[in-house]
Design a protein around this ligand. Sequence first.
Ligand code: PRP
Ligand code: URA
Length: 217
Amino acid sequence: MTREPMMPFANLNVIDHPLIRHKVRLLRAASTPKKLFCELVEEIAMLMAYEVTRGLEEEEAEVETPLERTVGRRVVGEAIVVVPILRAGLGMVEGVLRLIPTARVGHVGMSRDEESLEPVEYYFKVPHARDVRHFIVLDPMLATGGSAIATLAGLKRRGARQISFMCLVAAPEGVRELETAHPDVPIFAAALDRELNEDGYIVPGLGDAGDRLFGTI
Ligand code: PRP
Ligand code: URA
């Protein structure tokens, strides 16, 4: 497989960890069966969530140890909302919730038109931005960037201020579009691939993430 190209993207963080690289290779394999594919998506999302949440706001909180009272730190999980882009983003939710179990979940339905590759929104249900410190948008694939750009725009129209975008495989074309449209949003990816092909698929990629997760091939 071709090594990931080194490209200067201001907002892109490719999470650089041997376990993630190992799991991404397995995810790419056409021979990986559905059950393993689902497990890998969830595990990679969990490993990535550790990095994505590095800058989360914390607050001081007292704690009573068996010996004395002391002060520790706590993350306000309820102020974090993970937003999977349907369908494929659903595969990443449980992995993130394993690290932040009290995070809330919003859902955005976007379907890419097969001809035009334009995103079509069919569902949008997220907690009110007033009570949210950080939205983490999940989608395994950042291809043309259309689905991500439309989702982030929808969140901002509803008042979202701090948003991160988390994907497994990104195409340079999509990263460029997303950075241009939403320069304030950090992008986290497990891998940056070579390019989009003429059908809008990421290559080398992993195929259609939704179909592989849900067995709709
Ligand atoms: C896939 C993928 C992304 C989108 C990426 O979804 O899960 O949401 O395509 O492509 P883009 O960056 O060019 O917008 P798809 O529309 O196939 O829907 P699905 O998740 O229901 O399979
Ligand atoms: N959506 C996918 O699921 N895979 C791609 O390669 C591109 C868009």
